[in-house]
Ligand binder design. Sequence first.
Ligand code: RIB
Length: 304
Amino acid sequence: MVLMKVLVYGSLNIDLLFFVDHIASPGETISSSSFERSAGGKGANQAAALAKAGLSVTMAGKIGHDGLFLLKLLESYGVDTSAVIRSDGATGQAIIQIDKNGQNCIVLYSGGNGEITLDEIEKTIAGFNAGDIIVLQNEIVHTGKIMERAKKQKMRICFNPSPFNEKIASLPLHTVDWLFVNEIEGAALAKLPPDTEPQTALDRLVKLFPSAEIILTAGNNGAFYGYGEKRESRGIVKSPVVDTTGAGDTFTGFFLAAREKNFSAAQSLAIAGKAASIAVSRKGAMESIPFEGEVFNIDRHLKN
Ligand code: RIB
């Protein structure tokens, strides 16, 4: 039997975390109570989440020599990093302020994430097969080309349009099989006001992208699922919030892994919610993501 593979083509960032009382306002200088340099990038975080949730994952992207520790960490989770190119430039960087409520504010420098070439994309995707999954976010260049090439390869496409910007609308979104959005991204993609009810945005997205499973996360209002006539939702799993960085990436990885392990959409929402609730109770992005075993009691409970 040929085993399905997951390719995450995405960003790898060095996260510079500043723990502050409040997010700095324009013109204000504030001190941080602590500082950490840690592993992140939406792509790398999602690769880590998928691997920690038990899937076989390859990471593709580009880093500089300063980012080698990211590869070591991903490899320690079982991620195949052979498709991450090393360049002479800098690795992507994220300056992250985390306030006393665990909420964050992020400034990105793309570094290697902005230097991926079409030739590298061609060589990487050629190594995957029909039915394999590709997971994409919006932190690297050529996302549209990657979608088209992956579709030609008959791969299944998972897309998380984050961070959201004006370029998203011009992507070939009809190729997508799973679309993960938060409520702001969902409303923007559905061309609705930002304060639109999550269910309304979800209904519109289901109509706009009929071949995609839509997963919409709505902060304290929980998470919503839509595909065809089917609708599911789950409330949040409460936990002490230390740092929300990477929680969305954890949710995406665990939801997708649960679906691939044949859990229902409702069960997958619950598993992903539990995983994200653990991630927010810890500092950092990639390192805050739980392992399958930490989420597994809910898994087993749901199967019975
Ligand atoms: O989603 C969280 C991630 O966003 C951080 O790890 C940071 O690198 C930014 O890409």
